[in-house]
Design a protein around this ligand. Structure first.
Ligand SMILES: [Zn+2]
Length: 399
């Protein structure tokens, strides 16, 4: 099974046989550990799918006569896959606080952080207009990432109904936006500076094409798919060239999203998918979603040794803090104590360096010599051990 056989020349050599058996046991343990890791990841995924599926099944049957008057009653229960705080944003925040301000990559980290943060705020703003939609008619999925057989593609929001599907791509860009449909560029003017962005209209058409392929692969009944670019900030000014076809049928301000969905509902009123098929589509969307795994240090071209270890002061951001027995983590700069500082530091380690941490690495990162202190921290965080008994590692959740 392991591709191993005892050599003929040492069959009678007891030491050789025992050593070989020992090697087999070690290989088996490694294989089991690997499988446990995979199993834990699968369990995480199943938990998430069950939680969201439960919300999905609580929804009423969709094949009921629609009433547009009820569409203005606010309800959040139709959000099947809620918007969550992006992992990339958590990783950048952890890197930012542990990188010296004079570091050559500090500015790049700050810019990425601002960009990702604006993107998240844009998606967060979308929750409000979507909350006006009838929860019995529409199911909403935020940040779905699917695979079309060749490439992964991510959609900021997907709205599923029995008559159509809508894909939304949110842009939270301040200033004046000029849609150059001739050169397929989005040009932003802000503070007298012009900046070019990839054309979001091309982006949504590509997402729509990839999602159509995915639906065929999943044998989902044919249903009209519409995609729109949502401009998140009401202060953003939209412009386009008079010589080119106007993009306004595909670009909508955030607060007009629910109105656009209602227009589509009136236009496409036939129920093309039955209730049980709609549930199956929803479950397929959830089951096929996979989060992107990003090594942010690698992306930002920062080495591990450049990350400053130690517990950070909650009051003045100084690091490293020193552990004072029975009192906690004390700052030598402001003399204040930081509660949960070590737990926060370990979570930073999980986000930046590695989700797995040994007692030895934790001592190095927290800058402490106390093994019992580290073990009590692991216990307080409910971290479970994996690996061999003499080299246990603990898995830090990305919560
Ligand atoms: Zn301090």
């Amino acid at each position: 099974m392991w591709g191993f056989s005892v050599p003929s020349w040492c069959r009678k050599n007891r030491y050789c046989v025992v050593k070989s058996l020992f090697d087999i046991v070690l290989k088996s343990i490694d294989t089991i550990n690997h499988s446990i890791d995979k199993l834990l990841n699968a369990i995480d995924k199943i938990h998430h799918a069950i939680d969201t599926a439960l919300i999905f099944f609580k929804k009423k049957e969709p094949n009921q006569p629609r009433s547009n008057t009820t569409c203005y009653e606010r309800s959040n229960s139709m959000i099947i896959k809620p918007l969550s705080y992006p992992l990339a944003l958590k990783q950048l925040e952890a890197i930012q606080k542990r990188l010296p301000p004079e570091h050559p990559k500090a500015e790049k980290v700050n810019q990425q952080l601002m960009m990702k943060s604006a993107g998240y705020k844009g998606e967060k703003n979308l929750e409000y207009p979507l909350s006006f939609l009838d929860s019995d008619t529409y199911s909403i999925f935020f940040d779905l990432r699917l695979f079309d057989g060749k490439h992964h593609f991510q959609m900021d929001a997907l709205i599923l109904s029995s008559s159509f599907i809508v894909i939304l791509e949110v842009k939270n860009i301040a200033g004046t936006l000029y849609f150059d449909t001739g050169f397929n560029q989005l040009i932003r003017t802000y503070n007298n500076t012009q900046e070019s962005f990839p054309d979001p209209l091309i982006q949504i058409k590509r997402q729509e094409a990839q999602f159509t392929i995915w639906c065929k692969q999943q044998s989902i009944p044919e249903i009209p798919i519409h995609s729109f670019v949502v401009i998140s900030s009401p202060k953003t000014i939209l412009t386009a060239s008079p010589d080119q076809p106007p993009p306004h049928h595909s670009v909508i301000p955030n607060l007009m999203v629910h109105k656009k969905i209602l227009e589509l509902t009136n236009k496409f009123s036939d129920n093309l998918i039955l209730a049980h098929e709609l549930h199956q589509v929803g479950l397929k969307l959830l089951a096929n979603h996979s989060s992107a795994k990003v090594n942010m240090l690698q992306t930002m071209q920062i080495e591990k040794y450049e990350i400053q270890p130690g517990v950070i002061c909650d009051h003045c951001r100084f690091l490293p803090l020193e552990y004072v027995r029975r009192q906690g983590w004390k700052c030598s700069r402001c003399s204040k104590y930081t509660i949960d500082g070590a737990q926060k530091a370990l979570r930073d380690y999980g986000l930046i360096i590695n989700r797995r941490i040994s007692t030895k690495d934790a001592k190095l990162f927290l800058k402490t010599n106390s093994g019992p202190l580290v073990r009590s921290l692991f216990k307080s965080m409910d971290l479970y051990p994996v690996g061999r008994s003499r080299s246990y590692q603990y898995v830090i959740p990305h919560a």
